[in-house]
Design a protein. Sequence first.
Length: 206
Amino acid sequence: MKNLQIHLFLFLVLAIYSSASGQWVKTGNVGDPGDMVVYSFAAHNGNLFAGTYEGVYYTTDQGSKWIYTGLTHSNIYSLLSSGKYLFAGIARYGDTDSLSDIFVSSDNGESWKSASAGLMQRDTIMTLCQLNTSLYAGTLHGIFRSDDNGKNWEVSGLQDRTVYALAHDGKNLYAGTYFGVIAVPILAPNGFIPIATWKIMCDAWL
């Protein structure tokens, strides 16, 4: 009897804890139909933006309603908020109506313009990352860097690898690749990392 009481007590505790703990709740549908594929998110100017299979959407009410922005290109794999700018990186899977791979908006997504000078044409932008005053883009053909808010891009390293993810901890910049994680130290105040540094760290890692 005593064991039964203990078991019932533990069951009630677990039930109360489960009901009180955080739960996942489905938000309003992003796009039409409701099973729209969502690749990326970015919080920007108090709103949440979603990069999807059919362009960029945003919500102002915690996901109850999603609004379509002016960027109609498909496969928005990456979004990045940087000051007043919102950047969107495109994946090239059948979308051949534009040579641009990165777009930027300065008016909360109402209008977009190309920010792809220096990038390989029709590349796929897998990820975007900001490091101090520099922007980094991980692509199918390595890493590119911009020091002028996306107006111009130049090769940064790992041109023989697809870079799926980029992140930094203030000391190192990490690149997630098919061959694992490659990290390089951040030496310059503006976040500049020369190509030679990527090559040295990559050769040492392998």
